[in-house]
Design a protein around this ligand. Structure first.
Ligand code: ADP
Length: 542
């Protein structure tokens, strides 16, 4: 029997019309590349998004066309999130920290028709323009006075504010199939060419519902959210959509992500929640501790993208009273998969036990189904011990890569994540490694993340990365790379001794190398492949 309910497609534009109608007074605050702070309300944002939708139509952007952005977190980027997707085109966010070859590859692969960019990124845009085979339209995201004059760009650069200023603010958001593409994000492609993940309106709206839930990112109209995670890193983990769905106040940091700048913004704007990768919080915590500061408004923060060291969770919660929401996800998952919110019976655990649970990547949010499998694809038990490859499925999980191989990445309806994990009886999943980072020592697997977690507990360790180095007898053995805190006198032997009793003897690193800095990739994650190359033969030759 056919149900008798309204058929309304789940469209990104509906988030904006809701925000305008029900939270029009809510504020969006942005630090701008022009150097000042910009403030306006959701109702102004909605009006300008409609003007931009008209401007896009004037530029000849049609349904399904790809529109690129090379921009930091700010209100104009937010307007494009809605103007582009809302009018039926596809928002393609590009990460300015990527290598030029990759940016050119992505723009050509996606066939972007327009590229919107923040003016401080002009040198990158000029380099891209010189390499593109077909012409595209460039739009500088600023006002007329700040539009850069570029001799290198043969095509004229359009001005964002001119486009808005000359466009009508009447625009009916079109209604269309919710399975149409809304945005496109490429994985950073540490191996091979980047691969495009093409989200739909439906997958985005469903992901937004799930992300906002209390046991997920736990957002409400009472929040002031600071997305530190960039809008080019998997749609800032969905926060630009969540904020519209629930009417939260938004604070955008622009390109200023160092500890001091973030702290000042958090305090000045009374931010209540934030989200970012662990390396960002490392910088923020170092600043707060150096200057003996405290947080007066921030209550919780989402940490994901890489494993959050338990020492960081403990410090944020116990010293700074900021709750940590440890989350796991991937570009291929829009990105949310699991969140480490405790269950009621876990609250009575000892602080150590609770921290151990929080260091795991958490339980599946509704919509994501997961399992772990062995090399033959057999499902492994949820005993908290057995590890296997993590497989996921759900309405916001990728089916096929954009213009990818016919068969797509999936195996029997499940997406193989490339992560190795265990799952406990409470359904808490713990990533032990990415398959390519695991250390294979004489037939046994050693978790590099576990070694890094222990190292992070040492009081003189600022950051640590564990990689496989070649070994004459065991094939691979763990090598620990450490950046010490300023003034530390800790020796390699002391650090190695710190592992005694904390990990099985055969998992203890063979050596420690001190470094000034650990190389990070375009999304702030440790570049393990680069380190592996650099230290491949270290144990054979040291
Ligand atoms: P890329 O694959 O280009 O790094 P993603 O941002 O999609 O881009 O990275 C997804 C991967 O990041 C996951 O497969 C996993 O290995 C890692 N990851 C994400 N969140 C966590 C987390 N909380 N703990 C450990 N690893 C994580």
């Amino acid at each position: 029997m056919k149900a008798l309910m309204m058929q309304q497609p789940l469209l990104v534009s509906s988030l904006l019309t809701h925000a305008e109608r029900h939270h029009g007074e809510q504020e969006i605050v942005s630090k701008r590349v022009e150097g000042d702070v910009h403030r306006y309300r959701f109702r102004d944002f909605a009006q300008r998004a409609r003007q931009m939708a008209n401007a896009l139509a004037e530029l000849g952007v049609l349904r399904g066309d790809r529109v690129g952005t090379l921009a930091w977190n700010g209100y104009r980027h937010m307007e494009l999130y809605y103007a582009v997707s809302g009018s039926g085109a596809v928002l393609h966010t590009l990460n300015p920290r990527l290598h030029l070859d990759q940016l050119v590859y992505m723009i050509e692969h996606a066939e972007d028709r327009v590229l919107f960019f923040d003016i401080d990124l002009l040198p990158i845009v000029e380099a891209i323009a010189a390499r593109l085979a077909s012409p595209i339209i460039f739009v500088a995201m600023t006002d007329r006075a700040h539009v850069p004059t570029s001799i290198a760009l043969t095509a004229a650069v359009l001005c964002y504010e001119d486009l808005i200023g000359t466009s009508d603010d009447h625009f009916e958001w079109p209604q269309f199939d919710e399975n149409a593409a809304s945005s496109l994000c490429y994985t950073s492609g540490t191996t091979g060419n980047p691969k495009g993940v093409l989200y739909s309106h439906r997958s985005t709206v469903l992901h937004t519902f799930a992300a906002a839930l209390p046991d997920a990112l736990n957002c409400s109209a009472w929040d002031t959210i600071l997305p530190v995670v960039p809008m080019f890193h998997v749609n800032a983990w969905g926060l630009p959509y969540v904020a519209c769905m629930i009417g939260a106040r938004l604070v955008f940091p622009g390109p200023w992500l160092k500890g001091d700048a973030l702290y000042e913004l958090i305090e000045a704007e009374r931010v209540t929640m934030s989200a970012g990768v662990p390396t960002v919080w490392q910088g923020l915590l170092a600043h707060v501790n150096d200057q003996q500061l405290s947080f007066s408004s921030m209550r919780r923060t989402v940490i994901g993208g890489a494993a959050c060291p338990p020492a960081m969770i403990a410090e944020l919660q116990e010293v700074h009273c900021v709750d940590v929401i440890h989350a796991w996800g991937m570009t291929e998952l829009s990105p949310l998969g699991t969140v480490g919110s405790l269950k009621p019976h876990q609250v009575s655990m000892s602080p150590e036990e609770r921290l151990a649970v929080q260091a795991r990547q958490g339980r599946a949010v509704f919509g994501v189904d997961m399992k772990i499998v062995d090399a033959d694809g057999e499902e492994m038990p949820w005993d908290g011990i057995t590890t296997g490859e993590l497989m996921v499925r759900g309405p916001w999980v990728i089916d096929m890569y954009f213009r990818g191989a016919e068969a797509g990445p999936n195996r029997d309806g499940w997406f193989p994540t490339g992560d190795i994990a265990r799952i406990d009886a409470d359904g808490f999943m713990q990533i032990t490694d990415r398959a390519k980072d695991v250390i294979k020592s004489g037939g046994e697997w050693i978790s590099s993340i576990e070694i890094e977690h222990v190292a992070s507990l040492h009081p003189e360790v600022a950051s640590a990365a564990c990689i496989a180095a070649r070994h004459h007898k065991w094939d691979e053995r763990p090598l620990l790379l450490v950046v010490k805190k300023p003034g530390s006198t800790a020796t390699a032997d002391e650090l190695l001794a710190f592992f005694d009793g904390k990990v099985a003897r055969w998992c203890k690193p063979d050596a420690v190398v001190f470094m000034d800095a650990i190389p990070l990739g375009a999304t702030g994650k440790v570049l393990k492949n680069k380190l592996r190359e650099q230290f491949r033969d270290y144990l054979l030759t040291a």
